[in-house]
Write a protein that binds this ligand. Structure first.
Ligand SMILES: [Zn+2]
Length: 144
């Protein structure tokens, strides 16, 4: 698929060179191509900005992966265009719309254990659900 930057990537293309995370993981195997985020007829973020955010998020997520002992982490949900966000019942300003919200799980740690490792120092959104964790980089600390 073509990214807004005109780079052509495959589902298994790393988000940046050396990343453990792929464009397929960020876009549900290409089924969620990046699009401008428009809320109430206002452009909130462009698709190009979302692409940049996904790259920065992959960098941060590689550090999270390292903190969790370099074991694989599985992405349940990352970027969501507005239509998909609505159909999964996401909130209107969900960080998944912006490209910096990620739901993930680990084969090695339960969500509560991941919370103990990440939650104290993470400057962004974090919540441990029963089967996965949500993490985002919204720019300030948020817990719920
Ligand atoms: Zn989430």
């Amino acid at each position: 698929m073509f990214l807004p930057s005109k780079n052509n990537v495959l589902p298994n293309t790393p988000i940046y060179p050396g990343s453990h995370f792929t464009w397929g993981e960020a876009t549900k195997n290409g089924k969620r191509p990046l699009e401008d985020l428009i809320i109430n007829d206002r452009l909130i973020v462009s698709a190009g900005q979302i692409e940049k955010t996904i790259v920065l998020t992959a960098m941060a997520l590689d550090l999270v992966r390292q903190k969790l002992g370099n074991h694989p982490i599985h992405i349940n949900s990352w970027y969501r265009p507005a239509r998909d966000n609505k159909s999964v019942g996401g909130s209107q300003y969900s960080r998944h719309l912006f490209g910096d919200g990620v739901d993930f799980r680990s084969d090695y740690y339960l969500p509560q254990q991941i919370a103990k490792l990440l939650e104290p120092t993470h400057n962004g959104g974090f919540h441990a659900y029963s089967k996965f964790c949500h993490i985002d980089w919204r720019g300030h600390k948020a817990r719920w």
